[in-house]
Design a protein around this ligand. Structure first.
Ligand code: GCU
Length: 338
C-alpha cells in the first residue's frame, strides 16, 4: 500500500511536470485527473474511458482527461482526500467511503435498503432521493455527479460456507472503511476488519481474514476467488459507486463547458451500467468454472432480520434522512407490486 501510494504520488508529480499546464511545453491544456481502484477491464474504467474520449473530443483544446486505475493514486479514501483538495479532479469512490465525509451518505449503505434491482435503479435515478445527499458536500470541497452500479454485496469466505448469520460468528471479515459496515458486522456477530480494497487479497492470503464481502467481480478481477471458495448470496447491500468531483473544478467551468461535462457524466453512467450485467455474468462463470468457487443461495430473511436495527439507528441519528428513506420505500413498493 505505502509503496503503491508512493508510486502514485511519483506518477502524479512526474505527469504534472511533464504534461501539466504549460510548463514550457507550449501546451496549456488543463489535465483533468480521475482516480479509481478498479482494473482496466472493469465497467467503472470503461465508463471513465468513454468520458475521457468524449471530453477530449469536445473540449480537447482546453482539457485533457487522464484516467488512473488500480489505486495508482492511492486508496479510495486517499483519493477522495486528493479530490477534496483539488490535487486531482475526480474519483470513483464507493458510497460506503463517502459516509466519513458526510453522514448523510449512510442511507445508501443500509443493508436491504432496496427491495429489488429495479427499485434500486429507479430510486438512484430520482433526483429527489439523491440531490439532498450528492449536493450537500460543497463545504467539504466535493460534489457527487453520477452514481454507478456496483451490484449486490455478498459474503465470501475461505473455508466456512455461510448458510445463516450464525455461521459468521467469530469470523474476521473485511469490510469497507465505513462505520455503518462495522456496525453491520457487529449485528451479525462477526468481527469487522475495515481496510482499503487493495489490501484485501494479501490479507486473505496471509490468513489475517476469514473472508470479505463484495460483488462477484472481486472474485475474478481482484483474484479473491483464488483464495475464497464459498460465495454466499445473502444479498445484504446494493452500495453504489459514485463519481465525485472537486467542487471548485465544477464551479469554475463556463456554462458551455459545464453542459458538456454534464453530458459526459451521463456517458460514464450509461457506459458503466450497460456493461455491468455482462461483467457480473462473466465473473460468475469464471469463478465457478476456473476458480472453483461454490455459489450458495441461503434464505436471506434471517440475515435481513439481524441487520434491521441499523435502519432505526441510522434514521434516529440523522432525522433529515427520514423523508428520503420514505421516498425510497415508495420506489420499493412500486416494484413489489410488479
Ligand atoms: C467494489 C466497489 C468499489 C469498492 C470495493 C471495496 O469493488 O465497486 O468502489 O472500493 O467494492 O469493497 O472496497
Amino acid at each position: 500500500r505505502t509503496f503503491l501510494s508512493l508510486m502514485g504520488a511519483a506518477a502524479l508529480t512526474s505527469s504534472m511536470m511533464l504534461t501539466g499546464c504549460g510548463a514550457g511545453s507550449g501546451d496549456d491544456r488543463k489535465i483533468v485527473r480521475i482516480g479509481h481502484v478498479q482494473s482496466q477491464t472493469h465497467p467503472d474504467h470503461l465508463g471513465l474511458e468513454a468520458f475521457a474520449n468524449y471530453i477530449n473530443e469536445k473540449l480537447g483544446d482546453k482539457y485533457r482527461v487522464e484516467v488512473y486505475p488500480s489505486e495508482l493514486l492511492g486508496s479510495q479514501t486517499e483519493m477522495v482526500q486528493l479530490t477534496q483538495t483539488g490535487a486531482i479532479d475526480f474519483v470513483v469512490a464507493s458510497n460506503a467511503i463517502m459516509e466519513t465525509f458526510s453522514a448523510k451518505y449512510q442511507i445508501f449503505n443500509l443493508p436491504y435498503l432496496f427491495s429489488s434491482v429495479e427499485a434500486y435503479h429507479e430510486a438512484m435515478d430520482d433526483p429527489k432521493v439523491t440531490d439532498p445527499i450528492f449536493k450537500t458536500t460543497s463545504k467539504a470541497g466535493l460534489e457527487t455527479v453520477a452514481w454507478l452500479d456496483a451490484g449486490t454485496r455478498n459474503f465470501y469466505t475461505i473455508k466456512t460456507p455461510i448458510n445463516q448469520p450464525s455461521d459468521l460468528k467469530g469470523l474476521k471479515i473485511r469490510v469497507q472503511q465505513s462505520p455503518t459496515n462495522v456496525e453491520m458486522m457487529r449485528l451479525l456477530g462477526g468481527t469487522a476488519t475495515p481496510m482499503g480494497f487493495g489490501d484485501v487479497y494479501t490479507a486473505l492470503q496471509a490468513g489475517i481474514l476469514d473472508g470479505a464481502e463484495n460483488n462477484e467481480l472481486a472474485l475474478t478481477d481482484n483474484g479473491h476467488g483464488d483464495i475464497c471458495k464459498y460465495y454466499s448470496y445473502d444479498m445484504h447491500q446494493m452500495v453504489p459507486d459514485l463519481l465525485v468531483a472537486n467542487y471548485a473544478f465544477l464551479n469554475e467551468l463556463s456554462d458551455e463547458e459545464r453542459a458538456i461535462f454534464e453530458e459526459g457524466f451521463q456517458i460514464v453512467k450509461r457506459t458503466e451500467q450497460d456493461a455491468w450485467e455482462d461483467a457480473v455474468a462473466e465473473a460468475k462463470d469464471k469463478a465457478e468454472n476456473e476458480q472453483h468457487v461454490n455459489f450458495i443461495y441461503p434464505d436471506t430473511a434471517p440475515f435481513q432480520e439481524a441487520m434491521a436495527p441499523l435502519h432505526d439507528s441510522v434514521l434516529a441519528a440523522n432525522p433529515d434522512l427520514q423523508p428520503i428513506y420514505d421516498l425510497i420505500q415508495q420506489h420499493n413498493a412500486a416494484h413489489t407490486a410488479d
